[in-house]
Design a protein around this ligand. Sequence first.
Ligand SMILES: [Zn+2]
Length: 239
Amino acid sequence: MRSRRAPATQDSVDLGGILCWLQREQRQSLRLRFDAAGKLTANCPIHLPIPILMELLQERLPWILAQRQRIQSQALGQGSRVPYLGGLLTLQILEAGGPTLNRSGNTLWMTGKLSPEQRQRLLQRWLRQELKALLQGLLAHWQARLQVPVTHWGIRQMRTRWGSCNVVKKRLSFASSLIAEPHSSIEYVVVHELMHLREPGHTPRFYALVEQCLPDWQERERDLGRRKRKSPQKKGASQ
Ligand SMILES: [Zn+2]
């Protein structure tokens, strides 16, 4: 269902103080992307020589600098709002002790003397753990109910989808950005992807089966990405 990554070694190049990670792949062109923590990755053709790569990166330096500045200006600070399960958590930072992150009600407590990148990384790791625990519970519940086998599931950065299902390999993937969505909508995505193991296509039968499990699935689906649609907030960027 998606392009295979070549098992190439990952290396990096220095762009005048900006580290750019290289991901060698079976591809024709160079693709640059920043993740939410400000890490720059270049997906590039396997055999592209470094001098040519450096030339291409130099050409795109204005874009790289602009994106970096945009991400830095979104740096996490005291009172930053963090989308979480359809609501917003407020970040409280205590610059002491070791790096920790804990939620208490609608407040996220972060400790440690951390750089903006480290703060982002700590937050992203925490959000991913939260999503993982939540998905684990939902998958266990619905897998038992639907009696469908899943060989593997994981969380990935997806730009255009909330989840995907490889029917042949019985593998499910979920978008890391799901953690910002309401619990009911995350549950819908889980049921939707699991249901593909029973009915691969989006046929009337597929939706009838989904409706048996979640009669209000349409509402749950409508709520997906609603916050983002109201206030566009792009995570990371790519070119
Ligand atoms: Zn589907």
